[in-house]
Design a protein around this ligand. Structure first.
Ligand code: GLU
Length: 415
């Protein structure tokens, strides 16, 4: 049988397994297998040359049993409705793994933002947010950044919504710039949370992070900051890549210098003193820690058996297929699943929203220590479940999380 690669089918399978292991009747899975609400929008945008181009966008609210829907918006040429539905489902699971009071949502626009001018991008961002405005709001659904979106785009979202409302509404979006109600520490939060979980995983398996080797696949906000934070803990970053190529040096790379090189040349490739490395080679390097920090389905049945890392910290959403998961588990590799490893982003989004609602702001130290407490607690809960039930970390995370969502649905009377 062909390997399952449709992310929505994958998450449905993951949910089904969890519901079965938890001994639930079909009603729980039936309610969780589809999003509560999905909107498809057509967005006309005036281009700089005066022509009109139409873009397709989506917003999916998966489940709101625990609280308002929460999740980022992705601008990427490969976005599909099924991908957005899958990502919204993973957000429900993710928020529940770390115990924050949100359900899951996700949005996406089919576009390559790198091909738009800044003013075209602004018109697209505003057009998308106007189109989904009736669906979002601080008490309903709170978007945030995801692949190829950033604080500037969040500022346009927030501005557009505030104009529609007639008053400033910072709590409608998180990941905003600091001077518009953003939170200290939000930019680094995904990677910082991932780093906390890697540190805890390393303790469990007796891996000394001082001198541990790391390969990072994807050098956007999550990957580049994870490289920097792990280097601060003494790790040696030996290989990094992005959509244009990779850079490898077994002696180690300076993550900040690599980022500068990427800013100047638009890729990490060609960083002085490194050899080119392909994406496939990077994943199979003999390193202690592997960080997939780009897109879905990069670790599959084709390469999983060749992966040598001891710990995989999934900064990206959905990087590992179910087939690959089985192989990695059999080979004794500790996978910290996306729904735990990258939950630091949405956790600090939660802090940002809380600060917006009370209009009182915390220091970066305060944010980081609250984040650490949540990530360490969630890691320990999932790790304990993994040991107790003899299942991999992803299944363990689903067991912890789906139970919380199902309990909320039951007590609300939905089931
Ligand atoms: N896009 C991020 C994620 O996949 C963050 C979502 C948020 O902050 O709401 O977790």
């Amino acid at each position: 049988m062909a390997e399952l690669l449709n992310p929505f089918k994958i998450v449905q399978q993951q949910l089904k397994t969890a519901c079965e292991k938890l001994g639930y009747d079909d009603s729980v899975y039936e309610l969780l297998k589809e999003p509560e609400k999905v909107l498809t929008v057509n967005i006309p945008v005036k281009m700089d040359d005066g022509s009109i181009k139409t873009f397709i966008g989506f917003r999916s609210q998966h489940n709101t049993a625990v609280g308002p829907a929460k999740g980022g918006v992705r601008f990427h040429p490969d976005v599909t409705l099924d991908e957005v539905k899958a990502l919204s489902t993973w957000m429900t699971i993710k928020c529940s793994v770390v115990g924050i009071p949100y359900g899951g949502a996700k949005g996406g626009v089919v576009v390559n933002p790198k091909e738009l001018s800044k003013s075209e991008l602004e018109r697209l961002a505003r057009g998308y947010f106007r189109a989904i405005a009736s669906m979002v709001g601080p008490e309903k659904d709170i978007p945030a950044p995801d692949v190829y979106t950033n604080p500037q785009i969040m500022a346009w979202f927030m501005d557009e919504y505030s104009k529609l409302k007639g008053y400033n509404t910072p709590g409608v979006v998180t990941g905003k710039p600091l001077n518009l109600g953003g939170s200290a520490g939000r930019n680094e939060a995904t990677a910082r949370g991932c780093t906390f979980t890697i540190r805890e995983a390393a303790k469990e398996i007796g891996l000394d992070l001082n001198g541990a080797t790391v390969a990072v696949q994807g050098y956007g906000n999550a990957g580049s900051v994870a490289a920097k934070l792990l280097a601060e803990l003494g790790c040696k970053i030996v290989a990094v890549n992005d959509s244009k190529g990779g850079a490898y040096n077994p002696e180690g790379l300076d993550p900040l210098a690599v980022l500068k090189h990427k800013e100047n040349t638009s890729t990490v490739k060609g960083f002085p003193g490194t050899k080119d490395i392909s994406g496939e080679e990077l994943l199979e390097l003999d390193v202690d820690i592997l960080i997939p920090a780009a897109l879905e389905n990069v670790i599959t049945s084709k390469n999983a058996a060749n992966i040598k890392a001891k710990i995989i910290g999934e900064c990206a959403n959905g990087p590992t297929t179910p087939e690959a998961d089985k192989i990695l588990y059999k080979n004794g590799i500790l996978v910290i699943p996306d729904i735990l490893a990258n939950a630091g982003g949405v956790t600090v989004s939660y802090f940002e929203w809380v600060q917006n609602l009370m209009n009182y702001y915390w220091s970066e130290e305060e944010v980081n220590s609250k984040l650490e407490a949540i990530m360490v607690k969630a890691f320990k809960e999932v790790y304990a479940m993994h040991k107790e039930k003899g299942v991999n970390m992803r299944e363990a995370a689903y067991l912890v999380s789906v139970k919380r969502v199902a309990d909320a649905m039951k007590i609300r009377g939905w089931l």
